[in-house]
Design a protein around this ligand. Structure first.
Ligand code: CO8
Length: 258
């Protein structure tokens, strides 16, 4: 599939989606977000794919929503026609694991899009921040909600109100990022992590993703009950038969197609 603002590759069972508007540091515009939604949905449906990696360029994951496109929007445009916001959350509908691989700037909507991935691997060049206040708007794709849940209220308020940019080391220390790797190894390491996941039984990976996301939407007791239901359901999958048999027979499990 060809896209105007994305480059899409398949590496074995892993799909790699690159945001690609280099002249604008991957500023996220309507077309790119439409294309991203289409690409994600297509890979989510594709039985050959077990994990998706979303990345940008060496210089920018994405420097935010496209300020040039937004500058003249009115309240009417944004509210009535749902401009900007209408195609941003397709990524949350993806049931397969999505790894964000971030190098360079992940600012504003770029940081918010990264935080919608299941986990983030950052190059040591990555920079995260929510500078919206400096251009006279609030965040609009979840930063005021996801940041406090991820890094706590004090850190979230600091980043959102001062608009300061943090580096990859600080982002890892406060839990935005799962791992930091040298910039020249970012894609290789993200693909390696994705390969590892894609070699697991997909149905179980999807259950785990579902259960972890439930943690943000419900009480601890309800969340643990939900996990218990999925744990019981796992005993109805061929993956459980194969995984446990392989362990007892001292061989590697064959999870292909499971
Ligand atoms: N939008 C449009 N164009 C951009 C953006 C952007 N966000 N960021 C960079 N560009 C363009 C620049 O205009 C420039 O274009 P040109 O060469 O034609 O002048 C080109 O990219 C290169 O940028 P710079 O020359 O500025 O590069 P520097 O290396 O000097 O600086 C920075 C890099 C620090 C990243 C700087 O470009 C910058 O501050 N960018 C804006 C960052 C920002 O404010 N982001 C937040 C935007 S608002 C937002 O994201 C709200 C999201 C709401 C989502 C709601 C959906 C549900």
């Amino acid at each position: 599939m060809q896209y105007e603002d994305l480059i899409v590759e398949v590496h074995g069972k892993v799909a790699l989606i690159r945001l690609n508007r280099p002249k604008a540091l991957n500023a996220l515009n309507d077309n790119m977000m439409n294309e991203l939604g289409e690409a994600l949905a297509a890979f989510d449906k594709d039985a050959q794919i077990g994990c998706i990696v979303l990345t940008g360029s060496e210089k920018a994951f994405a420097a935010g929503a496209d300020i040039v496109a937004m500058k003249d929007y009115t309240y009417q445009d944004t509210y009535r026609d749902n401009y900007i916001t209408r195609n941003w959350e397709h990524i949350l509908k993806v049931r397969k694991p999505v790894i964000g691989a971030v190098a360079g700037y992940a600012l504003g909507g770029g940081c918010e899009l990264a935080m919608m991935c299941d986990f983030l691997i950052a190059a040591d060049t990555a920079k995260f921040g929510q500078p919206e206040i400096k251009i006279g708007v609030t965040p609009g794709a979840g930063a005021t909600q996801r940041l406090p849940r991820t890094i706590g209220k004090s850190k979230a308020m600091d980043l959102l109100l001062t608009a300061r940019t943090i580096d990859a080391v600080e982002a890892e220390r406060i839990g935005i990022v799962s791992r930091v790797v040298p910039a020249d190894q970012l894609i290789a390491q993200a693909l390696e992590a994705a390969d590892t996941i894609a070699a697991m039984p997909l149905s179980v990976a999807m259950m785990i993703k579902d259960a972890v996301n439930r943690a943000f939407e419900t009480t601890l007791t309800e969340g643990v009950n939900y996990e218990r239901r999925l744990f019981h359901a796992a005993f109805g999958t061929p993956a459980q038969r194969e995984g446990m048999s392989a362990f007892i027979e001292k061989r590697l499990p064959k999870f292909e197609g499971l």
